[in-house]
Write a protein that binds this ligand. Structure first.
Ligand code: NAD
Length: 453
């Protein structure tokens, strides 16, 4: 049963990146009144014009709809106002890595202090929910003291505090927000948790996912454990891929498909390739390692997950050298720059170490991605060339590395490479091409594929 419209709480969201904006638009699209706040003026200006500041399928339509209905409004700064005018505040600011792998909590601390000052002025009950990924202990030991210090009020009595990690995937972020597999409600006290659970039950009404009620630190750890598991699955299958390459006739794709049919293993995240990137897995694995070491335990398995992932992209460079000898003066075409399809995000994209190494070895690079070109230009500036299309990227190339499995690259045929490249050599870094078809027509190297028998 959903709450009557007039009984619906008002929501605010602090930080309008992938998580914050999808949360804000998710609630607004279901009729809640939402204030979305960010310190980045340019971001808010775009959002208020109906333009998401990043590429995310389906988000623009829902954002425009929400603005048109008057359910959503972007606000620059003014945390006092957004907290004052709403009942629950989700905090979705960034938690980037520090050089030692631990997370930088400055944005969380600043948001918590600002919320605390706003709570001081407020006389109605308010719940703050940490949605950013933070290491166990952060909500209790950093956020709660900041809220209490600035508000001069008591957590669990005068205001509520929860930790509810986000599990969305970039590329399907909006859909994941409105159709979650599970929802975790970590709470400082029962009342805070009850308020948030009631909100989620209303938000998902009709198809409420399993709701896990737990402590703040368990909620924090669930997020890290989930991402560490997925990252480990990827490094595991990449390890098997590396073994397959030494075994004539072996193919990791077939191994993975057969493994995935075992319900104890499951088929997802068993795609061998150049490794995981993006803003979450690398950062979260590093943070869990750092947090665990600080607690006196060395998580060797996670160290191995990270090591495998660090070396994996450089295999594309090794393959290039095996095919071309020296790379000095060779023209390499790179197809795909985003860390995965359906996003323009290049944070920790696997092409970054690949391109840097190729440049170091004297190669010239031409790259193409359907949506991430503007991001690549910020990273590589004039060190590489940028093509306007796949075919232009392949022109006169000595070798092509397929680095991101965009659907438009999956449609390419051997003929597309043969007719455009100087010498048709393709390195399939994401296993999207059929070796039976490509291997017969051109020089074709794929990760996790042993020599034909
Ligand atoms: N991106 C993902 O796929 C994903 C998925 C799950 C969890 N997370 C976690 O969620 C958090 C946010 O991730 P993201 O990718 O959305 O980050 P992001 O970097 O895209 O966005 C963070 C936003 O917070 C804003 N901000 C910083 N300090 C602020 C303040 N004091 N007040 C208002 N706004 C402020 C920044 O300007 C920025 O727009 C991180 O902890 C991340 O690990 C991310």
């Amino acid at each position: 049963m959903s709450l009557a419209l007039e009984k619906r709480p008002k929501i605010s969201v602090i930080g309008t990146g992938y998580v914050g904006l999808c949360t804000a638009v998710g609630f607004a699209s279901k009729g809640y009144s939402v204030l979305a706040c960010d310190v980045d003026e340019a971001k808010i200006e775009k959002i208020n014009r109906g333009l998401p500041p990043f590429h995310e399928p389906g988000l623009q339509e829902k954002l425009s709809e929400s603005l048109a209905k008057g359910n959503l409004s972007g606000v620059v700064g003014q945390i006092d106002r957004v907290v004052g005018e709403t009942d629950l505040t989700f905090v979705a600011v960034g938690t980037p890595s520090r050089p030692d792998g631990s997370i930088d909590l400055q944005y969380i601390e600043s948001a918590a202090s600002n919320i605390g000052r706003a709570l001081k002025q407020k006389d109605t009950y308010h719940v703050t929910i940490i949605k950013s990924t933070v290491v166990p202990g952060t909500t209790q030991d950093i956020v709660k003291p900041a809220l209490e210090r600035e508000s001069k009020k008591r957590c669990g009595v005068d205001f509520g505090l929860c930790m509810s990690p986000e599990f969305l995937r970039q590329g399907s972020a909006f859909q994941d927000t409105v159709n979650a597999d599970r929802v975790v409600v970590g709470s400082f006290d029962k009342q805070s948790g009850d308020k948030l659970e009631e909100l989620y039950r209303d938000f998902y009404s009709g198809h409420v996912p399993p709701i896990i009620r737990t402590t703040l630190s368990t909620a924090e750890l669930i997020k890290y454990a989930s991402n560490a598991m997925l990252a480990t699955k990827i490094s595991f299958i990449n390890t098997i891929a590396n073994i397959c390459e030494k075994i004539p006739g072996a193919d990791v794709k077939v191994v993975a498909a057969a493994m995935g049919l075992d319900r104890r293993i499951g088929s997802l995240f068993l795609d061998a390739g150049l490794g995981y990137g993006g803003s979450c897995f690398p950062k979260d694995v590093k943070a869990l390692i750092a947090c665990s070491k600080a607690l006196g335990y060395t998580p060797e398995l996670l160290d191995a997950t990270e090591n495998v992932n660090r070396k994996q992209p450089l295999k594309a460079v090794e393959f290039c050298k095996q095919q071309l000898g020296t790379l000095e003066g060779k023209k390499i075409a790179i197809l795909g720059l985003a860390f995965k399809p359906d996003t323009d995000d290049m944070r920790e994209a696997r092409v970054i170490p690949i391109i840097n190494q190729l440049l170091k070895e004297g190669a010239t690079i031409t790259a193409y991605d359907p949506v991430a070109m503007h991001m690549a230009q910020i990273i590589f500036k004039n060190k590489i060339q940028y093509a306007a299309s796949t075919m232009q990227c392949l022109q006169k190339a000595d070798c092509c590395i397929l680095a991101t499995e965009w659907p438009e690259f999956q449609k390419l045929t051997p003929q597309d490479f043969i007719k455009n490249m100087k010498q048709p050599i393709l390195i399939d870094g994401r296993r999207i091409y059929d070796p039976q078809v490509f291997g017969k027509k051109m020089k074709f190297v794929a990760l996790g594929l042993g020599q034909p028998i």
